[in-house]
Design a binder for this molecule. Structure first.
Ligand SMILES: Cc1cc2nc3c(=O)[nH]c(=O)nc-3n(C[C@H](O)[C@H](O)[C@H](O)COP(=O)(O)OP(=O)(O)OC[C@H]3O[C@@H](n4cnc5c(N)ncnc54)[C@H](O)[C@@H]3O)c2cc1C
Length: 377
């Protein structure tokens, strides 16, 4: 007989949902994880080869303990899956001296006693010749920064969840859910199910599944480009730390060549296009390339060769760009999980653990003060 009743249903099997299913199943829960597209796919927020992970957290120092646990869990997953998921390159956080990126990263290092070095633009270029930052910029080098192979991580979490007994379905969209008795009922494009608890990890589509989240989430079109370096050796992972960087043109991030050919670069809040994830222009256009190319030509000139690939992707922004991870205030059996605003991937592993804590224990030892719903009241 097909199983229809579960301890937990996880809606969305992207970065966060795959991690949540993995941790819940390993802690003995019966789990159904439902994904509307393929597993993995390139329609949401977790594709595009890799994602930066870094300890020097300019966004807020209180993320650092979560990051430490995240690193531990990614390394465990790497060992267990036998795949190369995490690559350490060091991370550069740079801006004008008073800028938020450098200053915030330095504060995190000082508060949490993280190894770091401060480099002028000239010192940075001396050490890593791919970089050509303006005079007056300061760069913080933190040796434990690097990147995660995000699609491989997602697959490793799904395989681990399956191994621990979770049921995972691709190509099955959740159409609606309702609170019923002490649990929930869920209707999909293929079937109906019941569960004691529901975890919404639907990324850019979370607003369509939760009236509580809808006014708080703003999905935004992003574009990534991979340019062929003119000096390939300078953009090898052994010679080029990942970066976050504020310049006159905005805030950008980038990677050495890895996974597919090309130096990868993106601009936070690319062209400021707020979108409906159900219906938006996913194709990259010349104006998307132009904005990333002019940045690369100015600050990484030896990387500004022909374009190799481009991809669009979605940020799901909250008003303060901190995550939402909390139990619903309107539906007791529902946990709402929206950790994006352009910086969530590195936390997937620890978010999976937090979700399992919330579902199983009703609370978590991790400090999630920054992520509560009540801050929006
Ligand atoms: C261009 C770009 C660059 C980024 N760079 C970084 C970085 O360097 N470092 C970093 O830490 N973070 C980064 N981020 C942020 C990070 O990638 C996201 O925080 C993370 O991927 C969000 O994962 P998610 O699980 O919430 O979303 P997703 O991975 O999109 O998963 C949501 C899933 O829910 C599914 N779904 C939706 N509705 C339904 C439904 N009704 N039924 C069933 N399934 C459904 C979707 O198909 C999707 O698979 C970046 C994001 C983007 C877009």
């Amino acid at each position: 007989m097909v199983k229809k009743h579960f301890d937990v249903i996880v809606v969305g099997c992207g970065g966060m949902g795959s991690a949540a299913a993995y941790h819940l199943a390993r802690r003995g829960k019966s789990v159904l994880a439902l994904e509307r597209f393929n597993i993995p796919h390139a329609m949401g927020s977790s594709h595009g080869v890799n994602r930066i992970i870094r300890l020097a957290y300019y966004e807020d120092p209180s993320y650092v303990p979560l990051l430490r646990r995240s690193y531990e869990l990614w390394r465990e997953l790497q060992r267990e899956s036998g795949n190369d998921l995490l690559r350490i390159t060091g991370s550069i956080d740079a801006s004008h001296e008073v800028g938020e990126v450098f200053g915030g990263a330095l504060l995190s290092c000082q508060m949490h006693n993280l190894d770091h070095e401060v480099l002028t633009s000239a010192e940075l270029t001396n050490r890593f010749p791919g970089y050509r930052l303006p005079d007056g910029h300061l760069a913080l080098l933190q040796p434990e920064g690097g990147f995660l192979m995000s699609e491989h991580c997602l697959v490793a979490h799904v395989n681990g969840a399956l191994h621990a007994g979770a049921i995972v379905h691709g190509q099955e969209q959740v159409l609606e859910w309702q609170e019923r008795g002490n649990g929930v009922s869920v209707r999909t494009t293929r079937d109906s199910y019941e569960a004691e608890q529901l975890v919404l990890t639907a990324g850019a589509w979370n607003g369509a599944l939760s009236e509580e989240l809808l006014p708080l989430l703003s999905p935004e079109r992003q574009v990534l480009a991979w340019f062929q370096p003119v000096e390939p050796a300078w953009f090898d992972p052994a010679a080029f730390p990942v970066f976050n960087l504020t310049v006159d043109e905005g805030r950008y991030y980038g990677f050495p060549v890895a996974g597919i050919p090309g130096f990868k670069v993106g601009r936070y809040h690319h062209l400021g296009e707020h979108i409906d994830p159900e219906n938006f222009d996913r194709d990259p256009h010349p104006e998307d390339e132009a904005i990333l190319r002019s940045f690369t030509e100015r600050y990484f000139p030896a990387a500004a060769g022909p374009v190799m690939s481009m991809a669009s992707c979605i940020f799901t922004n909250t008003p303060d760009e901190h995550f939402i991870i909390d139990r619903s205030r309107q539906h007791a059996p529902v946990v709402l999980v929206s950790p994006c605003s352009g910086h969530g991937y590195k936390f997937c592993s620890v978010v999976g653990e937090i979700v399992a804590d919330l579902v199983i224990e009703g609370s978590t030892q991790h400090d999630t003060t920054l992520f509560g719903l009540d801050r929006f009241n």
